[in-house]
Design a protein around this ligand. Structure first.
Ligand SMILES: Cc1ncc(C[n+]2csc(CCOP(=O)(O)OP(=O)(O)O)c2C)c(N)n1
Length: 278
């Protein structure tokens, strides 16, 4: 088993990641702020602890697979991949620029990106395909897939949930970035999901519920998911949209709006203050 990194270190990486995300988005002048910031700890806890990969050999046979089903949150993934050295940090500022490998939604071709995504609802089905292939190959690889809570409105997710349970895909670990908002407003107003835990249970998944910003709980959940046999696991991660910057938190107008230059300065100041307290 991999040694756990110090929580303090991961908190610092999460803080750095948020700053990178905001710089990228401001530089691009467009993109998804709220849903990138909400899943930072979910990605940091995965990539800097659990995930088996070799950034120098991104397609090596022994790697785990990560699918960002809520593809619009990709600035967070790009920042983490760059921090892991899948590609150079300097490339981050090309986000959404013509000809870039860092498209507004993930595109295959960038090291660390397994599948193009952004059309919501598809990622869990893709994860199932990888999981079935791993079984045929008698491979221990694990498949992780982050979905948005609004994304769960897509019927295909529930078809994939049935499939994963039917085939007892215990190598699949789904994660819901449960930030309580989607594009048009609060989840419970637009299309209620609760009781979400019961729904996944009824689909015969093992359900783990965590605070998605608590890095220890995040790592515990990835550990626990690995021990579950005979069924897939879903981590329902309670998160805050826009997490880390007071004036973005739970402000859904920043769902698909980048920070202005002034907002970036204020946001970095807040994050730097937070960093001093880690
Ligand atoms: C099939 C499809 N329909 C619509 C969209 C447009 N869209 C982009 S983000 C989004 C809201 C998703 O909500 P959620 O999954 O909760 O994302 P988060 O709040 O975490 O950003 C929608 C509808 C899309 N990308 N794909």
């Amino acid at each position: 088993m991999k040694k756990r990194p110090a929580v303090k270190e991961l908190k610092k990486i999460a803080n750095d990641t948020r700053i990178e995300i905001l710089k990228m988005l401001t530089c691009a002048g467009s993109g998804h702020t709220g849903g990138s910031l909400s899943m930072v700890e979910l990605l940091v806890g995965l990539y800097f602890y659990k995930f088996r990969c070799d950034p120098e050999k991104p397609l090596c046979d022994t790697r785990d697979i990560f699918i960002l089903s809520k593809g619009h949150g990709c600035p967070a993934l790009y920042a983490v991949l760059a921090h892991m050295n899948f590609f150079k940090k300097e490339e981050l500022c090309t986000l959404r620029k013509t000809g870039t490998r860092l498209q507004g939604h993930p595109q295959k071709g960038l090291p660390g990106i397994e599948t193009s995504s952004g059309s919501l609802g598809q990622g869990l089905s893709i994860a199932n395909g990888h999981a079935l292939a791993a079984r045929l190959d008698k491979d221990i690889r694990r498949i992780y897939c982050i979905m948005g809570d609004g994304e769960l409105d897509e019927g295909q997710i529930w078809e994939a949930a049935l499939t994963a349970a039917h085939y007892k895909l215990d190598n699949v670990c789904g994660i819901v970035d449960n930030n309580k908002f989607q594009i048009d407003g609060p989840i419970e107003e637009i299309k209620a999901l609760e009781p979400l835990k019961d729904k996944w249970k009824a689909f015969n998944w093992c359900v783990l519920e965590i605070d998605g910003h608590n890095i220890e709980e995040v790592m515990d959940a990835y550990d626990k998911a690995e021990t579950i046999k005979g069924k897939p696991t879903i981590i329902l991660a309670h998160t805050v949209k826009g997490k880390g910057v007071s004036f973005f938190e739970n402000q859904n107008k920043y769902h698909g709006v980048a920070p202005t230059k002034e907002e970036l300065v204020r946001a970095i100041k807040e994050l730097e203050t937070e960093r001093e307290q880690i």
